[in-house]
Design a protein around this ligand. Structure first.
Ligand SMILES: Cc1cc2nc3c(=O)[nH]c(=O)nc-3n(C[C@H](O)[C@H](O)[C@H](O)COP(=O)(O)O)c2cc1C
Length: 240
């Protein structure tokens, strides 16, 4: 099984999210042979889409920009599973990763199809039907609510039933060695999720539930998080 990991954290190997992704991959590789290609998106040479539609008209399927997307798009189309691993930034994905996503436009055909429910979509130039997509993301707040809705909707529209999600709030706690007992438990669950995904293509409801539990109760988390900055809480805005 060929896996492409898109590491969208600008922290590279120091990413909180990547710790969970690595645990998930460990679980997968304990079940079956996997070949993992991990791409550090923040270090890749990826320009913004120019919106010229040349990839639809003049050079079908091929972007006019000559950068790392030339080989990354081939990987994206060729693998069995794509793992999106990234922190939540302003309720969405980090901008360089969004540039990557925009540059996958050549995979689509220009035509617009109407689904049974009356919504629009572009058909794919390639057969992408057997592919699995895993979204692994951490964030700094302690709630999914009022935080992840836009991103989750975006991924559900993109990948529908082929999408598997692991969302971990309170992600900065993975940096605290004192909390390793609790974060270690979470990583064990992520390993279990990887084992399940490798054998069945999905995660059981029980494991998904464990992975959606906050690491600590909101009050405890907020106290730890606010104290961790080592600075007093502001009582006034700086421009007053
Ligand atoms: C520019 C920026 C925007 C962020 N936006 C959010 C946000 O909208 N919601 C949230 O809960 N955390 C937000 N965070 C916190 C990160 O998602 C969090 O620190 C995450 O665990 C970092 O993961 P990483 O180590 O994998 O990069 C933001 C952080 C930065 C630097």
């Amino acid at each position: 099984m060929n896996i492409l990991v898109l590491n969208g954290s600008p922290r590279g190997e120091g990413s909180n999210t990547l710790k969970i992704t690595r645990a998930f991959l460990e679980g997968m590789s304990s079940q079956r042979e996997v070949s993992v290609d991990l791409v550090d998106i923040s270090k890749a040479d990826i320009s913004h889409c120019r919106g010229c539609f040349a990839c639809w008209l003049r050079t079908p399927g091929v972007c006019v920009i000559k950068d790392d997307m030339q080989h990354l798009i081939q990987k994206y189309v060729g693998v069995d599973v794509i793992i999106w691993s990234f922190p939540l930034y302003y309720f969405g994905m980090p901008s360089k990763l969004k540039a990557f996503l925009d540059r996958t436009l050549p995979i689509n055909l220009p035509f617009i199809e109407l689904s049974e429910s009356g919504t629009c979509r572009h058909p794919s130039r390639y057969d992408m039907s057997g592919k699995g997509y895993v979204l692994i993301s951490t964030c700094g707040f302690c709630s999914v609510e009022n935080n992840y809705e836009a991103l989750l909707k975006q991924f559900e529209i993109l990948y529908g039933e082929n999408l598997t999600k692991i969302i971990c709030t309170e992600g900065e706690l993975f940096r605290a060695p004192q909390l390793e007992k609790r974060t270690g438990e979470y990583l064990s669950c992520a390993r279990q999720a990887g084992r399940e995904y490798a054998s069945s293509g999905s995660i059981t409801a029980d494991t998904a539930k464990k992975l959606s539990q906050p690491l600590y109760a909101p009050e405890v988390f907020i106290e730890m998080a606010n104290a961790s900055w080592g600075i007093g809480e502001p009582h006034d805005t700086e421009n007053n």
